[in-house]
Design a protein around this ligand. Structure first.
Ligand SMILES: NC(=O)c1ccc[n+]([C@@H]2O[C@H](COP(=O)([O-])OP(=O)(O)OC[C@H]3O[C@@H](n4cnc5c(N)ncnc54)[C@H](O)[C@@H]3O)[C@@H](O)[C@H]2O)c1
Length: 512
């Protein structure tokens, strides 16, 4: 039969076997049934598949109550889910998705057993988050039909699915999974069989760079979170996100990916991360992590030492500032806040600058400025909502407070941090963008799929390549190059993908 407009082959792959009726298996069975496929659900634990089926039927009923599904469609979907008593009952399945516990030996046993019973052209896929597909496929005779099909939790609400292509996976297997994923109402992206696949790898920068900034004493968790939400448009800050997913989950994932990439410094987390895990401060589930929570899950406040997000200076707003150099945007910001711009350095007014990827110390030395009066302002991000200020060690607190008081007149919140090349926003977005570029360089997925996956899988306001364009490809390269130079840390080395497109002034998604 000819494929339809979506490239699907109607009538093909009618029966989907799902092994493991836990959190993920239930969701996969539900979206398969809602996509018009017949599902056979199997679980090794006695009664677990039946319990899983009952749970799914309840979820479908709730979709009807909420007006997301018609009663007719719900009845049809419910009728398509059957319980299988044994793996042998999955024989008619065209696709079997394995969602059992995360254990390589158990997964291999399951794959061997499935291969014994299904048709020669059936596809067998794993929903593993962290095990290499090639390691699981090693147990199978026909490796070309083995792939990863990595869904996100909760499956019915998270439309992304990663199709993981191992070295032996056939193109036909990938094509069929793409069509099946779309029938399940998912947005499939094809990714390489590598540590963390796409989304879990791409998400490393957000938490590890936040931890790096915190560990350097640059800013508190509350400050980092506020800047990422208000100035960069993220739905959640990195510290509240760690508390939500659980530090017992995100610390081990960080270690698996870091070691999987042979300890690439770009992926390194910080000792503070491990310390939180070992002290049992796991986040919301223990009611204390980076923040504390009451029994209802309401955030009570920061648990970790450090400043609150907002500056509330008692000082009078600076009447006059000196610009460190020509900068029309910076001049306009201060003029709009009712401040005079001094024609020349008067020796007393705060000196303001808007560096990219440079800290106040380096800037003061490079331009021969008085570091005690120098206050740097981050003009990247949404400065109508939040402005970040920083100063060098030894700077006059009165200069920073007077500049903060002046900028509060714009209506934006103001965050004051310690000296840092790239403040918070430039470092965080630079690291996300740079890792996205590196993922394109090493072929984890296509540039378009990298952006799609990071937006759908992690709710990022832009994909990492889009973020590069938004900040400016050249500006992103400059931020990373200066961070690299000032810190001397390989963690900040610019991706060659970014470097080439910045130097040649090409769009960031230009193929190699
Ligand atoms: N939970 C998540 O957020 C998430 C997200 C993406 C992927 N994953 C992956 O999905 C898989 C399942 O995770 P989960 O959260 O649904 O786990 P879960 O513990 O909720 O469910 C696992 C189910 O597998 C069953 N099981 C165990 N061994 C079995 C076997 N040999 N044969 C048949 N059934 C068996 C268990 O009885 C249980 O019902 C794991 O590989 C996990 O890494 C989980």
């Amino acid at each position: 039969m000819a494929p339809n407009a979506a490239g699907e082959h109607p009538g093909e792959h009618q029966i989907i076997g799902v092994i493991g009726a836990g959190a993920m298996g239930r969701g996969i069975a539900q979206v398969s049934a809602q996509g018009g496929m017949n599902v056979l659900l199997y679980d090794a634990a006695s009664g677990a598949a039946q319990k899983g089926r009952d749970y799914i039927l309840g979820m479908i009923d709730r979709s009807v109550e909420r007006g997301r599904m018609t009663p007719e469609a719900a009845a049809a979907a419910k009728g398509r889910i059957q319980v299988a008593a044994a793996i042998a009952d999955l024989a008619p399945a065209a696709l079997v998705v394995e969602a059992v516990i995360e254990d390589l030996e158990i997964k291999r046993q399951v794959f061997r057993a499935v291969e014994e019973v299904v048709a020669r052209d059936a596809i067998i896929a794993s929903n593993t988050s962290s095990i290499r597909i090639a390691s699981i496929a090693a147990a199978c005779r026909h490796k070309e039909r083995i792939a990863g099909l990595h869904f996100f939790n909760p499956v019915p609400l998270m439309p992304l699915v990663e199709i993981v292509r191992a070295p032996a996976t056939a193109d036909e297997t990938v094509r069929s999974l793409d069509a099946l994923g779309k029938r399940m109402g998912r947005v499939p992206v094809v990714v390489q069989d590598s540590p963390g696949f796409l989304v879990n790898l791409g998400g490393r920068s957000y938490t590890t760079e936040a931890l790096r900034i915190f560990s350097e004493g640059v800013a508190s968790p509350a400050q980092v979170d506020a800047v990422m939400r208000d100035a960069c448009g993220f739905r959640m800050g990195p510290f509240e996100l760690m508390d939500l997913t659980g530090i017992d989950v995100n610390y081990p994932v960080s270690q698996i990916i870091f070691n999987g990439y042979y300890q690439d410094r770009r992926l390194a987390t910080q000792p503070a991360h491990q310390a939180m895990m070992e002290s049992g401060r796991l986040g919301r589930k223990t009611r204390i992590g980076w923040f504390t929570y009451d029994e209802q899950g309401t955030t009570l406040g920061p648990a970790a030492a450090g400043a609150e997000a907002d500056m509330k200076p008692d000082d009078a707003p600076a009447p006059r500032v000196v610009l460190a150099g020509e900068d029309s945007r910076l001049a306009r910001l201060f003029q709009d806040a009712g401040c005079e711009i001094a024609a020349a350095d008067d020796g007393t007014s705060p000196i303001v600058a808007a560096p990219l990827g440079e800290d106040c110390t380096s800037l003061a030395v490079r331009l021969g400025l008085d570091a005690r009066r120098l206050v740097a302002v981050d003009l990247t991000g949404n400065i109508a909502r939040r402005v970040t200020l920083m100063a060098a060690p030894g700077a006059a607190a009165t200069a920073v407070a007077a500049v903060a008081a002046r900028l509060l007149k714009t209506g934006a919140a103001v965050t004051g941090i310690k000296d840092s090349p790239g403040f918070i926003a430039q470092r965080m977005r630079g690291m996300i963008a740079n890792l996205g570029c590196e993922m394109a360089q090493i072929g984890i997925a296509s540039p378009a799929d990298i952006d799609t996956a990071m937006k759908l899988g992690l709710n990022y306001p832009q994909g990492p390549l889009e973020m590069t364009e938004l900040m400016g490809t050249r500006a992103t390269f400059d931020i990373m190059s200066r961070l690299h130079e000032i810190t001397g840390d390989d963690r900040y080395r610019p991706s060659l993908w970014l470097r080439r497109r910045a130097l040649l002034a090409l769009p960031i998604n230009t193929p190699d």
